[in-house]
Design a protein around this ligand. Structure first.
Ligand SMILES: Nc1ncnc2c1ncn2[C@@H]1O[C@H](COP(=O)(O)OP(=O)(O)OP(=O)(O)O)[C@@H](O)[C@H]1O
Ligand SMILES: [Mg+2]
Length: 258
């Protein structure tokens, strides 16, 4: 199954996708994380040591130039929109503690130039992985709605919108929904995060009555500690993982549209 997380900044997208990966890995499922947020920090949240150097795909300039058919550092009016990418995941994903990770990286738009070949390459790569790879693909996306227009997550089976119990994150959820519907995203699901009690759940149910709510994750120091680098998703104890397991269960019960 291929899943992307979206939502307003800071709602917990990276934390939740990392924890979902942890639950799937514990089930012996094959997991490939993709950090598609230009402000990449999934590797850090997963607790991958900095000395395990990860090259963001976008930095493979010679390869991108070769595959898209352009010469490096020259204007690129013509380039291949569908470069060969099928060998990239196996060559460039790193393995750590039973899962794989690929980092897309930040596209530099230097000097008013167009990063079109780089964009085409990343988009082809994401599309390829979403369509062709036979494993769980867990995509961490950048905050907000702007990237939806680039269409990088259109082919996913489920788009998870993470919300906090406040009106600004639910407002963003409604905006994402409108765009995702226009883009024919197959399934849109809500996860309520940082929940402090039944009132928070009730608030989200009312604000998001036209969505399916997959589950709620409590506000908890266990999760907060991950961002303080005092813990990793792999250390989280079984009881704290219960809400995440319930979410994975609910997700597995939703039929996947082909
Ligand atoms: N359930 C939770 N309980 C307590 N703290 C949480 C919870 N979920 C996330 N956090 C904290 O919220 C902060 C933001 O989390 P995270 O980085 O996962 O959000 P994000 O949506 O990926 O942010 P960004 O938009 O910057 O990518 C972090 O400090 C994280 O530890
Ligand atoms: Mg994030």
């Amino acid at each position: 199954m291929k899943i992307a997380v979206t939502g307003k900044g800071g709602v917990g997208k990276t934390t939740i996708i990392a924890l979902i990966g942890r639950v799937l890995r514990d089930r012996q499922d094959s997991v490939l994380f993709i950090d598609a947020d230009p402000d990449m920090n999934l590797a850090t949240v997963l607790g991958i040591p900095p000395d395990m150097h990860i090259t963001p795909i976008i930095e493979l300039q010679d390869l991108i130039a070769e595959r898209t058919g352009v010469t490096k550092n020259t204007p690129a009016p013509l380039f291949k929109m569908n470069p060969k990418v099928d060998d990239i995941p196996d060559r460039y994903a790193i393995e750590y503690e039973g899962f794989k990770l690929m980092v897309m990286g930040t596209i530099q738009k230097g000097g008013g130039g167009c990063a079109c070949p780089e964009n085409a390459f990343l988009k082809s790569l994401l599309n390829y992985m979403i369509i062709a790879r036979d494993e769980w693909i867990l995509l961490d996306m950048e905050a907000g709605i702007e990237h939806l227009g680039r269409g990088t997550a259109i082919g996913v089976d489920h788009m998870l919108i993470i919300v906090e119990p406040n009106g600004t994150s639910t407002e963003t959820a409604h905006r994402i929904r409108r765009l995702a519907d226009d883009l024919l995203v197959k399934s849109i699901q809500i996860i309520g995060n940082k929940i402090t009690g039944p009132d928070d759940e009730q608030f989200l149910r009312e604000e998001l009555s036209n969505f399916n709510i997959l589950g709620f994750v409590p506000a908890s120091d266990v999760f907060k500690k991950i961002s303080l680098r005092k813990s990793s998703p792999l250390d989280v104890d079984g009881k704290s993982l219960n809400p995440i397991e319930a979410i994975v269960e609910s997700l597995s019960r939703i039929p996947v549209e082909s």
